[in-house]
Design a binder for this molecule. Structure first.
Ligand code: FMN
Length: 181
């Protein structure tokens, strides 16, 4: 079983990318996980789409198609998801073979703020209704006060958050197994 992680932050010291890296360290048995890179994805332009998917988009689409499930870690920008993440989802969603259709997805997010990216995550849920993805309802992973939960090297050290992430990974693997039956 393979999971693909997508971080909605492009910065090197991103808490959200670090949270996905923490997931890679605590995967259920029999699960592998890689991270997508959305930095090279250009701004969406329908004229470009009509000439064919740019290489970076084609690669992202193939990674999504090949994954059994996705983990999407979103920062919260002005109570919503960052434009770079929405842009990558919009590109990847274009026909043919919309790759989010039926895909199990777990959402998480980290912020120095107190709301744990909850507002951004609920907006992401709405986007994935349009794309007919299967977003897990539980457990929810809202990492608030992030500077207190990661060390200076970007390792997630907060025991309660690690425990919650472990439950989310297990739930995602369970969902994939259910779909295979
Ligand atoms: C344009 C912008 C808007 C932001 N708005 C919010 C917000 O609405 N809520 C919040 O909790 N943090 C907000 N932040 C702070 C981000 O949560 C913070 O920069 C976080 O570290 C970004 O995630 P990253 O560490 O993965 O890059 C905002 C940051 C930026 C750059």
């Amino acid at each position: 079983m393979h999971f693909l992680g997508i971080s909605g932050s492009l910065r090197k010291q991103s808490y959200n990318t670090a949270a996905l890296q923490a997931c890679q360290q605590s995967l259920p048995q029999g699960v592998t996980m890689s991270l997508a890179d959305i930095a090279p994805v250009p701004l969406y332009n329908d004229d470009v789409y009509k000439q064919g998917f740019p290489d970076s988009v084609q690669r992202l689409r193939e990674q999504i198609q090949a994954a059994d499930a996705l983990l999407i870690a979103t920062p919260e920008y002005n109570y919503s998801m960052p434009g770079v993440l929405k842009n990558a989802i919009d590109w990847a969603s274009r026909p043919p073979a919309q790759p989010f259709d039926g895909k199990p997805i777990a959402l998480l997010g980290a912020t120095p703020g107190g709301m744990g990216t909850s507002r951004a995550q609920y907006q992401l849920r709405q986007v994935f209704v349009a794309l007919n993805a299967q977003v897990l309802n539980r457990p929810e992973v809202f990492i608030s006060g992030a500077p207190n939960k990661f060390d200076a090297d970007g390792h997630l050290t907060d025991a309660a958050t690690l425990d919650n992430l472990g439950k989310m990974l297990a739930a995602l693997a369970d969902r994939v197994r259910q779909l295979r039956r």
